[in-house]
Design a protein around this ligand. Structure first.
Ligand code: ZN
Length: 714
């Protein structure tokens, strides 16, 4: 799903004085502090930042401006917002009181981390080591009626040696924005402490009060919630997820991922797996080729700072249009009409003059003239804000598609591939689909699905349980759904989320927008879509959640649907995204004005979703102790945001598939600052590796869930 909260699910709690955990004197933990970080960021550069912002209005403004927000959570004195910001945007926000609390990623980080991971892999091979591939608060002065409180969630768990408590509490005073709820906890040895909850309102509907997981010195044995309106409730917290991780058999092989993998690397891995395990693998070429890592070529004719026309090739740059030159000339005589010639790969525009010999052609005149004279070869648009300006003599300037990848990265349309894994690949066995990298910048996600695939294949011969899994289950894996966007993310712009299809028109086709074009693949599906009126998509071709020109306008989304519909035995699916540490299922979208969600699953199905989720969360935790928060385990639209036209909803409502979403890359507890730190889309490789290992374990557990389901329903 990832990472753009169209609806920021946080209440108007900005006036709450402090909701940081008030740890009692008997506890050793220090109170959290939000420490500002000094950041040098040029106006035009971008970085993924975690900001502390003082109020909700700033978030609303950012959303309205189309900011690339990835998350927002209430925190103590205000809100913590993750997003990709330019230096100019940051300066404006800082002037309004925002502070940077964490620099998660800078533009060059991804590339250098990719290269570092590959170099480490090469060094290991050079050292003779076997490559791993073998194997608010205003006191309520109004008359306050006593409210009633209910614990919706009361859980504790331990991760990385630290114990946490996670709570959600609902008040019957749903319409009172000043109702304040405090939770106090007690451990077996009598240590106590307390923390404040935040009111959570989504789309103007009260949901509950909550807090991010709070550190506690030991297992809490008693929780008491107290409302400022007088209500109280008690709960005995239970252990989350409350299921033991599956044992790892002796000799079980894993860790087949040794560096970040770009689309070429993924393709090579698919090829090797098919060759190495011919009896267990089919490679499926998905039918809808992508546009390819390619763009039209553009150049400015005139002075781009004051008066320019964007000249754009009709064909892609790699189709002979890179290097074509454009220039404007003075005819050197009075009363000349505009003329243009295109020969020897040079477009020359001779500008019109008046009786005194002065140039009179405007940007609009020139753009219209080029477009009319060479409709098969060039498009031309006036730059934004430069209409009616008189053109100057300029050029020659070379047209370019601006793509930075080496020639080794193919510019052609790309065939997206899926792996089909199992002993009986004939539709007779229950099917499980794992697919990843709908969002280009989420580099850890193909590592998750490929590690999962290879664990099944490598252990088939030696581990009886894996052997039985591949007897019982037909596994489908699409490691990289959005290949073109991934190539752009690896080679051009780290933070690319969308694909490379540019549906902008006119001045929005200015190459200055090159990092903003594309369609959000996971907003392009046809259930609960933007086109149906659901929240969380956009018609703005430059928006981070651009939904495309129509439902399923994109080959990437059509490929996922094709695979599911061609194989009706698929009954379970996992859509792997990053980051944030979520585990979610439908409904994933609602309509505004009443928050009308897609239909809720039945009670039985909801129970199935949650029971399976607990098993899978426990398997993830078994790898390195990462616990996905109970508050981040549940229906998408409840725990994250409304995501109109996402693929999990499509698969569930249209095809009857139990369809989940992972957001891998859980926040990490920082014991020093007593804060949760975000990991980002492209963390230093060891973190991405850890995410791949733990979430691959989650996918293996999903296969067990499918086995259990098939056995129970046969
Ligand atoms: Zn995503």
């Amino acid at each position: 799903m990832s990472k753009r909260r169209i609806v920021v699910p946080i209440a108007v709690a900005a006036l709450v004085v402090s909701a940081v955990a008030a740890i009692s004197p008997t506890s050793t933990a220090a109170p959290p502090t939000t420490k500002p970080v000094v950041v040098q960021l040029a106006a035009g550069d971008s970085a993924l930042l975690r900001l502390a912002v003082p109020n909700r209005a700033m978030i609303d403004t950012l959303v309205a401006q189309g900011a690339d927000l990835t998350s927002a959570r209430a925190d103590g004195s205000g809100y913590l917002v993750d997003g990709v910001f330019t230096g100019a945007e940051l300066a404006a926000l800082q002037a309004q009181g925002a502070q940077v609390t964490q620099v998660i990623e800078r533009p060059g980080d991804g590339q250098s981390r990719y290269q570092a991971s590959v170099a480490a892999e090469q060094a290991r091979i050079a050292a003779g080591l076997r490559p791993k591939v073998a194997g608010a608060n205003i006191p309520d002065t109004a008359a306050a009626n006593t409210d009633t409180l209910h614990f919706l969630q009361a859980y504790w768990w331990t991760s990385g040696g630290q114990t946490f408590v996670g709570t959600q509490v609902a008040t019957t005073a749903t319409d009172d924005p000043n109702a304040e709820i405090t939770v106090s906890w007690r451990t077996a040895d009598g240590t106590t402490g307390s923390y404040q909850l935040q009111r959570f309102v989504d789309d103007n509907e009260y949901q509950y009060h909550f807090a991010n997981p709070q550190p506690v010195p030991a297992q809490p044995v008693q929780l008491t919630a107290t409302s400022s309106l007088g209500g109280t409730a008690n709960a005995t917290p239970s252990k989350w997820p409350g299921v033991s991780p599956p044992p790892t058999p002796t000799g079980y092989q894993k860790d087949f991922i040794s560096a970040y993998m770009n689309p070429e690397d993924v393709k090579a891995r698919i090829k090797r797996l098919a060759k190495q395990y011919p009896n267990l693998v089919d490679v499926i070429n998905l039918p809808n080729q992508t546009q390819g890592y390619r763009r039209t070529a553009t150049a400015y004719l005139g002075d781009p700072a004051t008066a320019a026309v964007i000249v754009e090739s009709v064909k892609f740059g790699d189709q002979g249009m890179n290097g074509v030159q454009v220039k404007s000339v003075d005819p050197g005589a009075a009363n000349k009409p505009m003329k243009a010639s295109y020969k020897d790969r040079v477009l020359t525009v001779s500008l019109a003059t008046d009786a005194g010999g002065a140039i009179v052609s405007t940007t609009d005149d020139v753009a219209a003239f080029i477009a009319a004279k060479y409709p098969q070869t060039f498009h031309a648009y006036v730059r934004n804000g430069q209409s009616g300006k008189v053109m100057a003599v300029s050029g020659p300037t070379r047209m370019t598609d601006g793509l930075m990848a080496s020639a080794g990265v193919p510019r052609k349309p790309w065939t997206v591939q899926a792996l089909r894994i199992g002993v009986h690949r004939d539709g007779s066995r229950i099917g499980v689909l794992a697919y990843s990298q709908e969002h280009a910048r989420e580099w850890a996600t193909p590592l998750v699905t490929l590690e999962f695939a290879e664990r099944l294949l490598a252990n088939y011969a030696t581990d009886p349980e894996t052997h039985q899994m591949l007897e019982d289950v037909d596994v489908f894996v699409i490691p990289t759904v959005n290949v073109d966007g991934a190539n752009y993310s690896f080679n051009d712009y780290n933070f690319q989320r969308k694909n490379m299809d540019d549906y902008c028109t006119g001045a929005n086709r200015d190459p200055a927008n090159r990092n903003r074009w594309g369609v959000d693949v996971n907003r392009n599906y046809d259930v609960g879509s933007f086109f149906d009126g659901y929240v969380g998509g956009s018609a703005n071709c430059l928006g981070e959640t651009a939904s495309g020109t129509a439902e399923l306008s994109e080959p990437e989304s059509r490929n996922v649907i094709w695979l599911a519909q061609q194989h009706p035995n698929i009954k379970f699916a996992m859509n792997v995204h990053s980051y944030g540490g979520y585990f979610m299922w439908p409904p994933g979208a609602y309509k505004a004005d009443g928050r009308i969600t897609l239909p809720r699953p039945s009670i039985d199905e909801s129970a199935q979703f949650l029971a399976a989720a607990r098993q899978i969360v426990s398997a993830i935790a078994g790898e390195r102790g990462t616990v996905t928060w109970p508050a981040q385990t549940g229906p998408v639209c409840d725990v994250l945001y409304s995501a109109a036209g996402n693929s999990a909803d499509e698969l569930y409502y249209e095809d009857g598939i139990f369809a989940w979403d992972f957001e891998v890359g859980n926040d990490l507890w920082n014991a020093q600052t007593q804060q949760w730190d975000g990991v980002g889309f492209q963390p230093a490789y060891p973190e991405a590796h850890g995410e791949a290992m733990e979430y691959a374990s989650g996918l293996v557990q999903l296969v067990r869930v499918a086995q259990q389901y098939a056995a129970a329903n046969s």
